[in-house]
Design a binder for this molecule. Structure first.
Ligand SMILES: Nc1ncnc2c1ncn2[C@@H]1O[C@H](COP(=O)(O)OP(=O)(O)OP(=O)(O)O)[C@@H](O)[C@H]1O
Length: 269
């Protein structure tokens, strides 16, 4: 596990266990800046996400999480700095990595009149998945969607839509998965189920997962490390248990409140 900052600060589980080689980074963000006129949505951040790790990207509304994820996906061009995924600079050569990346957000709707199977077929074809029918059937079975496959996507409950969004996000068996609030507006049981699926996927695939979330119990459960942002900058980082102990708190919710209210350690990148 490694999170490296522009100040040379590096934390590595591998190093802590006495290994000398750090695992290759699946996501490497270096001195990343995005300015919209006078607003620096992202203001010079650096971090990396190793393969097989789940890293949380935390911060209050407007902290810069979505803008960071958009640059990692190559959807938004950085003002300066780089976002590399699996070695490719996403501003210049994203075509080299896109087939190994996927994304989930509850705020992105699929075409509502298409059935779930039709939607997954379109996305599967975009990614060149073969054999696609088998992949859709396999995902549907693992995400409890088989009985819903021929239903229009517009006629689903929020929980069912989330499971479909997860199927879409996993259709190409991505090595890098970017998640923006994957359990927003889900009941606790469905949210727990989604978290378990993500844990299984990470374990089986060894995927790198970057998770933007406002749900602190979720972060404590899933994340190996978290990056805490405020006003476009990284103000603290570390494993949830380490942060909780460092802030003298009982849980990540309280750590989050300390950081959001300016009681963080100060900008470290
Ligand atoms: N296209 C844009 N033009 C101008 N300002 C923008 C644009 N996109 C984002 N911003 C600004 O950049 C800052 C960071 O926004 P961003 O959406 O990245 O935050 P966030 O951490 O994802 O917030 P939330 O938790 O509310 O989704 C905000 O001040 C926002 O208003």
């Amino acid at each position: 596990m490694r999170l490296s900052g522009g100040n040379g600060d590096e934390r590595s589980a591998g190093a802590a266990q006495g290994r000398t080689e750090a695992p290759a980074a699946a996501i490497a963000v270096t001195d990343l800046v995005k300015a919209y006129g006078p607003v620096r949505a992202v203001d010079g951040i650096s971090f990396s996400v190793p393969r097989g790790a789940i890293v949380g990207l935390l911060g209050g509304n407007g902290a810069g999480k979505t803008t960071t994820i958009a640059m990692i996906m190559g959807l938004t061009l950085p003002t300066t700095g780089t976002a590399r995924v699996l070695g490719s600079d996403m501003a210049r050569e994203r075509h080299r990595a896109l087939h190994r990346i996927n994304f989930q957000s509850p705020y992105v709707e699929m075409p509502l009149r298409l059935t779930i199977r039709q939607n997954l077929t379109v996305f599967g074809q975009l990614y060149g998945v073969r054999p696609l029918r088998e992949r859709i059937d396999e995902l549907a079975a693992s995400l409890d969607l088989t009985a819903l496959l021929d239903r229009p996507s517009g006629k689903l409950s929020a929980g069912q839509k989330t499971r479909v969004a997860l199927a879409k996000a996993l259709i190409n068996a991505p090595d890098v998965l970017l998640l923006d609030e994957p359990t927003a507006s889900l009941d606790p049981d469905t949210a727990d189920w989604v978290r378990t699926r993500l844990e299984v996927y990470r374990r089986e695939r060894g995927a790198a997962i970057l998770l933007a979330s406002h749900n602190m119990p979720e972060v404590e459960r899933l994340c190996d490390d978290v990056i805490m942002m405020r006003a476009g900058r990284i103000v603290d980082r570390g494993a949830p248990a380490d942060l909780i102990s460092r802030y003298g708190r009982d849980n990540m919710e309280d750590v989050f409140l300390d950081v959001a209210r300016g009681r963080g350690q100060g900008a470290v990148t």
